[in-house]
Design a protein around this ligand. Structure first.
Ligand SMILES: [Zn+2]
Length: 327
């Protein structure tokens, strides 16, 4: 590959780093971070700081870390990869002008993940489904038969994903990833995201329900698949927006007037986590935070729309948005 070696750059220029699948976390250059809150994707060079909300692409990261201009950073990347690239100068320049190593979204660059073998489509929910517990679970989460069909939800009896409800992540009619939700209460983990396999997508490369959610006039961002089904929103498959997910959103959903972050209110830090994600998104949209009653999530409340409508843009988020407009 002709890619710039981000790992090598970090080893030489950052005081500390930690590897997490496709991402590496380092101390943030922007917020006197003593931890490792800036996470950078090793494939794309896209990054987010979960402490201050700073985000951007590889040339920006290198410019800031080396304290040089954006143009100088692009030149630096260019010189570094030039020797390894089996391609012409103009091709490399074109790629760098796009700010990214590769303008294609990761789901197209990477190999697609098939669904688990022996998956049964739902409905119908037959009695053999662990005494109807899969059915009970889906009903409890408010998922209708119609939604099971629309989202191509399935069930697996045995094997690695046995006794789990399978919810595929669909992009342009293709299942590119899936989550496997435990049916029985003692099963751990509750949500099994297929592990990182070289060249395959991870949960941090995809957004659940993006095609539907992007068609809405207003964005709704939630954590889990059932929250997204209940609200018509888009799920992060976790509490932390990844650099790749931010890139996907900014490229596909620019038409949104506003974006509502509606996370589960399931632990004392829930508000802080919603705020962290909201900060990262605020340069791009008017971001509001929906506050749910304690212990509730978007799929457990009646009328989630009510909380979406009541959401407000905090003044500190508004300041971030206004500042970004000025630049
Ligand atoms: Zn920071």
């Amino acid at each position: 590959m002709s890619q710039f070696d981000i790992e090598e750059f970090i080893a030489a220029n950052c005081s500390d780093s930690m590897q997490h699948d496709d991402e590496v976390s380092v101390p943030c250059y922007n917020c006197s971070d003593e931890g490792d809150h800036l996470w950078i994707n090793m494939d794309t060079g896209l990054f987010i700081c979960y402490r201050c909300g700073e985000s951007g692409n590889l040339p920006k990261f290198i410019a800031k870390v080396m304290d040089v201009s954006y143009e100088a950073a692009k030149g630096y990347i260019f010189r570094k990869i030039r020797g390894r690239a089996g391609e012409g100068l103009d091709e490399i320049k074109d790629r760098l002008d796009l700010g990214l190593e590769d303008p294609a979204p990761p789901e197209r660059r990477k190999k697609r993940r098939a669904l688990p073998r022996k998956m049964h489509m739902l409905p119908p929910l037959s009695p053999e489904h662990v005494s109807g517990q899969a059915a009970a679970y889906l009903r409890k989460r408010g998922v209708t038969d119609q939604q099971m069909k629309e989202h191509r939800i399935g069930y697996v009896h045995t094997g690695k994903f046995g006794r789990r409800i399978i919810v595929p992540v669909i992009r342009s009619s293709t299942s590119i990833y899936f989550v496997a939700r435990a049916v029985l209460p003692y099963m751990q983990p509750k949500v099994l995201n297929p592990k990182n396999v070289k060249g395959r997508l991870t949960a941090r490369d995809v957004l659940f329900n993006l095609d539907r959610g992007m068609a809405q006039p207003k964005g709704i961002l939630v954590e889990g698949v059932f929250d997204a089904i209940a609200t018509g929103g888009i799920a992060l498959l976790g509490k932390r927006l990844s650099p790749t997910q931010l890139d996907l959103l900014t490229k596909t959903c620019q038409h949104w007037d506003e974006l509502v972050v509606m996370f589960d209110n399931d632990d004392p830090d829930a508000g802080d986590k919603a705020e962290t994600t909201a900060r990262v998104l605020s340069p791009f949209w008017a971001v509001k935070i929906a506050e749910l009653p304690e212990g509730e999530d978007p799929a457990s409340v009646d009328n989630p729309e009510r909380y979406v409508d009541a959401a407000e843009e905090h003044s500190r988020l508004r300041r971030i948005r206004m500042k970004a407009r000025e630049l």
